[in-house]
Design a protein around this ligand. Structure first.
Ligand SMILES: [Zn+2]
Length: 99
């Protein structure tokens, strides 16, 4: 009988993603300013001033210099660490369900 078990059993749980501020601090990204959009040194290019804009409500990020961008902390984690989706979910504790 064919083993039809998928390679990655489980599901992505968006609500299990860490809070944006907690996540970015854990990545040694120092957030400056206040409000929804904060400034930080971009880790995707040799940044000398805070060019990276981070939305602390959604976790979205966008660099005004190199153009790096994404919609949530998961996208950032995949981008920064070169992970694919499931690996990034697992590292962030957002992969739930079957072991
Ligand atoms: Zn950049």
């Amino acid at each position: 009988m064919i083993n039809a078990k998928p390679k990655y059993a489980g599901n992505f749980s968006r609500k299990a993603l860490p809070e944006a501020i907690t996540y970015y601090e854990s990545q040694n990204i120092k957030l400056k300013g206040s409000g929804s959009w904060r400034d930080a040194i971009c880790c995707f290019h040799a940044d000398t001033k805070p060019s990276l804009r981070i939305n602390v409500e959604k976790g979205a990020y966008r660099c005004m210099v190199c153009g790096a961008h994404g919609g949530d902390v998961l996208a950032f984690h995949m981008h920064k660490h070169g992970l694919h989706f499931v690996e990034a979910c697992k590292q962030l504790g957002a992969w739930v369900g079957m072991a």
